[in-house]
Design a protein around this ligand. Structure first.
Ligand SMILES: Cc1cc2nc3c(=O)[nH]c(=O)nc-3n(C[C@H](O)[C@H](O)[C@H](O)COP(=O)(O)O)c2cc1C
Length: 197
């Protein structure tokens, strides 16, 4: 494959889409669209996300103040509301009222959970790191709200196609095409024992 070097930029990376939620000072919930996010520890389970120019945004600043947040998976039917939450700020807009977002309170933390999201993490901030113009939030997962219709929510059993998540890559939203392979299948072709660290 012929390649060419291009200048460094943050242009392309397939990303998941989550709506991070927290409560405003007056008790109203606010959600913001975040796509720079992934797991960072298995034991205890933790996730991380990055906020660029966090001091300008309502959600990261409130998360710093409250020390808790929810991370709600964005699915295909939610894409319009999610985009709206990424294009407006809780500083100026009551996003839940404007976009008709329904929410419930978390089971173990004081965070808002989106009713329409089939998979939502309740997280407690354990660390933040400033790097470049970003602030990385490390959140310990204290509870997960999983849609009752997911047959088996345990590790490795969830079928992504059932959740129907949105995938983002600048500047478009995509749906998942389909499963193409299974973890460990390569060892049937290449005769090595699995050597995981
Ligand atoms: C597709 C998309 C992805 C985004 N990803 C992030 C992200 O990963 N981190 C972040 O801090 N902001 C991200 N944003 C920007 C925030 O969602 C946006 O600044 C929002 O208005 C902040 O709202 P708030 O002030 O209510 O927190 C994204 C926006 C869009 C449209």
């Amino acid at each position: 494959m012929a390649k060419k070097a291009i200048p460094p930029q943050r242009g392309f990376f397939p990303q998941p889409a989550y709506l991070m939620g927290c409560f405003q000072e007056d008790g109203r919930p606010n959600f913001t669209l975040v796509t720079w996010t992934t797991f960072c520890s298995a034991e205890p389970p933790m996730l991380m996300f990055t906020s660029g120019n966090a001091s300008l945004k309502n959600t990261p600043m409130r998360i710093l103040e409250t020390g808790v947040f929810s991370a709600n998976l964005v699915t295909v039917p939610m894409v319009e509301q999610a985009d709206f939450c990424g294009m407006t700020s809780g500083h100026k807009v009551d996003k839940c009222s404007a976009a008709g977002l329904s929410w419930v309170r978390g089971a173990v933390l004081d965070v808002p959970i989106l009713e329409d999201s089939p998979w939502a993490f309740e997280c407690m901030v354990v660390k933040t790191v400033k790097i470049g113009n970003g602030t990385v939030f490390f959140g310990e997962i204290k509870s997960i709200f999983a849609d009752e219709r997911i047959p088996d929510p345990s590790y490795g059993k969830v079928d992504l196609l059932v959740l129907d998540p949105v995938i983002y890559a600048p500047t478009r939203y995509y749906s998942v095409g389909g499963q193409i392979y299974t973890v460990g299948e390569s060892l049937k072709k290449y005769p090595f024992k699995a050597q995981t660290l």
